[in-house]
Design a protein around this ligand. Structure first.
Ligand SMILES: [Zn+2]
Length: 358
C-alpha cells in the first residue's frame, strides 16, 4: 500500500474510534513513526448459543473476550415462548453492551442456511424453514448472522483456539444434538445444502433406541447429553451404591457435570457407559478421518468434561478402524474454549462478516 492509502485508512479507523495512538516509535531517519493499536472495546458483539437446555449469550469485545454472560431459561410453550426467551436474552445483553453493537451472532442447532438466515430444520426447537434472521432483523437494527452450532464451534476453535497455523480442523460438538463443524483450507465447509457434519443422525447402533428423527440407534441416542443423562439415571435408580448418589438427592438432578464428577470419583458403571459411548463416537470419527484426513479433531460441548473415559476409546477406535498412517497422525482432544465455544463462534461469525477493514 502507498503511504497515502495507509494514511487514509488510519484516518478513517481513527475517526471510527477503532484505533488509537499509543505513542511514538524509534526512527532510523526522519520523522519518528506514530504507534497505533486497535481499541478492543470500540465495538461489541452479541453472541448467542441456542444449542443447550438453556439459552446462553454474552457481550464480547473485538478481541473475543467475554465481558458479560447470561444464561436464560427456555420458555418451551410453543414457538412464541421460545422466541420470547431469545428476544428477552438479547434485550438484556443489549442493556449490558458498553459500546456500539457490531451485530448479533447466533449458533443454533439444526440445518441452517447461513446466507439467508433460515433454519431449515431443527428438531430440538421444532423449527422448519423458519426465517430466524428476518424475525430478528425486524426487532434489532444491527447485522444478524446465524450458523449451525457445531459450525459456529469450529469457527471459534479456528479463530480463538489452539490450532497453531493449521488450515484444517474438525470440531465435534456434543450437547443435546451432535454435529461436526469442518474447517477446510481455513474456511468453514458447509456442504451443498448446509448439512456437512450432520453426524448426530447417522445410525451407529443397529436396533438401538428410537431417535426423535424416526430412526433407531442414531449416534445422538448413544452419546447425546440427554441420552447419557437418561442412562446415568437408570444406573442411579438401579444401584443404591452408585457414586452418583453422592452428588444428587434424586436421579432427576443428574446432569453431564454430575456424571463427570461421579466418574472422577471412580464410578465403574458410569465408566463403562462412557467408554461404550466413546467407542461409538470413535467409529463415526474413523470414517471422517478416512474421508477427510484432517489431523486435528476437537471435542466440544457438554461431553468435553468427560475426560479420558470418553477420549481413550475414541482414540482406540480410530486406530482400530482407519489406515494406521492416518490414525497415527490424528490428534483427538478436548477444546480449551470451554462451554462458551458456540457463543465465541457466533462472535467469530460476526467478525468475519462485519469487520471489513478498509
Ligand atoms: Zn436420529
Amino acid at each position: 500500500m502507498t503511504r497515502s492509502t495507509v494514511s487514509d485508512a488510519v484516518a478513517e479507523l481513527k475517526s471510527d474510534g477503532m484505533i488509537a495512538e499509543v505513542g511514538v516509535g524509534l526512527s532510523k531517519s526522519g520523522k519518528p513513526p506514530i504507534l497505533l493499536r486497535f481499541v478492543d472495546e470500540a465495538r461489541c458483539l452479541i453472541g448467542i448459543d441456542l444449542a443447550e437446555s438453556e439459552f446462553r449469550g454474552a457481550v464480547i469485545n473485538l478481541r473475543g473476550e467475554i465481558k458479560h454472560r447470561l444464561h436464560w431459561p427456555i420458555n418451551t410453550d410453543r414457538r412464541e415462548g421460545l422466541l420470547s426467551s431469545i428476544s428477552e436474552l438479547i434485550d438484556h445483553l443489549l442493556l449490558l453492551a458498553p459500546s456500539p453493537v457490531l451485530g448479533i451472532g447466533i449458533g443454533t442447532p439444526g440445518l441452517v442456511d447461513s446466507e439467508r438466515g433460515i433454519v431449515r430444520y431443527a428438531a430440538n426447537l421444532d423449527w422448519r424453514e423458519f426465517e430466524l434472521g428476518d424475525w430478528l432483523a425486524r426487532r434489532y437494527h444491527v447485522p444478524i448472522h446465524i450458523a449451525n452450532d457445531s459450525q459456529a464451534a469450529a469457527l471459534a476453535e479456528f479463530t480463538f483456539g489452539n490450532n497453531g497455523n493449521e488450515p484444517n480442523l474438525i470440531v465435534i460438538h456434543i450437547c443435546r444434538g451432535i454435529g461436526a463443524g469442518i474447517v477446510l483450507n481455513r474456511r468453514l465447509f458447509v456442504g451443498d445444502r448446509f448439512g456437512a457434519g450432520e453426524l448426530g443422525h447417522v445410525v451407529i447402533a443397529e436396533s438401538g433406541e428410537l431417535c426423535r428423527c424416526g430412526h433407531r440407534g442414531c449416534l445422538e441416542t448413544v452419546i447425546g447429553s440427554e441420552a447419557l443423562v437418561r442412562s446415568a439415571q437408570k444406573i442411579a435408580a438401579g444401584d443404591p451404591a452408585s457414586l452418583l448418589h453422592r452428588f444428587v438427592r434424586s436421579p432427576e438432578e443428574i446432569s453431564i457435570e454430575v456424571i463427570s464428577r461421579a466418574l472422577e470419583a471412580g464410578d465403574e458403571a458410569l465408566k463403562s457407559l462412557i467408554n461404550g459411548a466413546g467407542r461409538f463416537l470413535g467409529i463415526a470419527l474413523a470414517n471422517l478421518v478416512g474421508i477427510l484426513n484432517v489431523h486435528r479433531l476437537v471435542i466440544a460441548g457438554g461431553a468435553a468434561c468427560l475426560g479420558p473415559a470418553l477420549l481413550e476409546p475414541v482414540r482406540q477406535e480410530i486406530k482400530r478402524r482407519s489406515l494406521p498412517a492416518l490414525a497415527d497422525e490424528t490428534i483427538v482432544e478436548f477444546t480449551r474454549l470451554g462451554p462458551d465455544i458456540v457463543i465465541l463462534g457466533a462472535a467469530a461469525l460476526l467478525l468475519n462478516n462485519e469487520l471489513q477493514l478498509p
